[in-house]
Design a binder for this molecule. Sequence first.
Ligand code: SF4
Length: 241
Amino acid sequence: MSFLINEIYPCLQGEGVNTGSPSLLVRFHICNLRCTWCDTPYTHTFKSDPVDKKNPSGKQKFVRFSLAELVKRLKEFPQKHLILSGGEPTLHNLGLLMRTLGDEYSAEVESNGTRIPHKQIPNFLVTDYNLMQWNISPKFSNAGENLVPEALAHWAELAKNHAHVYFKFVIRKDYLNADMQEIISIINQHKISANKVLLMPEGTTIQSQIENIWLHDECLKHGFRYAPRLHVLLFGNLRGV
Ligand code: SF4
């Protein structure tokens, strides 16, 4: 069993219900999707890491860790709250990782919601869902991707019995009506509670994260939460913060 890790760094949680919490971001390498507006395309390839200015050689940056090596590396940092992001982190056995790290650690997972870990990852236990918060960000036509209905139904069902499952949808200002129509349809079909839904403005520039009264109004209208991107507001598109 190995874990492909793109980067690890301390930061304030940049998105979602825990925005601003001191955390350790663990970015897993490789994703099963190819969203048109993906802000981490450097996790997609085994060949090189061309967008990393700190690594201009273009050589591979990700590191393959064994479970023991990854646990040892994470314990070198003082932060005990992990953001397990990607790429797509559920391609790895997060349950085993959290069980091995032990009770002093908490985690939240940033997943695209296209996978069902206990069915697709050997030794991921049903009880492992309780070890983490799940921030599910379904990708649909606005990302050039298709939903995986069976997986989305799984997360929606889990949300009914698990307090820490949230659905975060990325919205594009220029396509607000179309995006909202699709999101409302997804929420109705899967009976997702409005208080579990967050709307996040798409964009990797500071400008994209301000003047978002349009999104404030949509959240109020539907009873959704507003999820600004704190790390973009603070640093723009700088990587590793
Ligand atoms: S799911 Fe996330 S990491 Fe994967 S392609 Fe889409 S935006 Fe990028």
